[in-house]
Design a protein. Sequence first.
Length: 238
Amino acid sequence: MERKECFGSLHEITDKKGFTLTESRLKCRVCQDLRDCLRSSKQTAVEKKEEDELRKQNMITRIIDLSQIISNELGSCLLEFLDRIYSSPIGTVVFRNLLLFFEAPQDKLSFTMTIPISPSTLDLIQGEEGKRDPLTDQGETDKKGAGRDFTLRVVLIQRHFPRNKKANMGLIAYEVARLFSSEDEEIRQILQVLTNSEINLFKTMDVNQRIDWFMEGWGFRDEFEAFRKEMGTFKQSE
């Protein structure tokens, strides 16, 4: 018996209550290939998960390598931040950008910078490698984006909080969230992965509300509160 074109299309999903369900079509109920189809789908899902995990680790490694973090304490916080944010539904958007982190210790607040880089400049620095995405390693440039400039996003960390891991992670998350709450290109990327109802809600928010929304969605609510508490102490000491 020849396998149908839909073979292997079954897949498991997790609902909002955490239950695992098998998504199928009505005709699957009488299909003689159902068992093999489900087994094949599970194997494909496992392989995809392994590939995604490898890609995730490669991207995180490259961000860490290209960034300049001096203190081990802040470095471990950045590593955990990147690992956790990738696992959130809207966190993967961060990895579509060349986002780097630099530590330049001063008794001032942190901030972000956007630096336009032309393909010719990248070619000058990297040679033929400049034609590839230096972060995601996606290979050939998308034809629609061929020849376009891209922007380097830099989070410059001038001050962190010794022996307060939560506050440091909250600081990193805050700077990234602020970037995605105010920059037009980042907002456009975020809107592409949201549902219609989420898009309508996001568009009504101001920058501070969007930052709160990101902290909740990325799972950094406690870290954000620890950061805000430290910032209150910092401002009182000025």
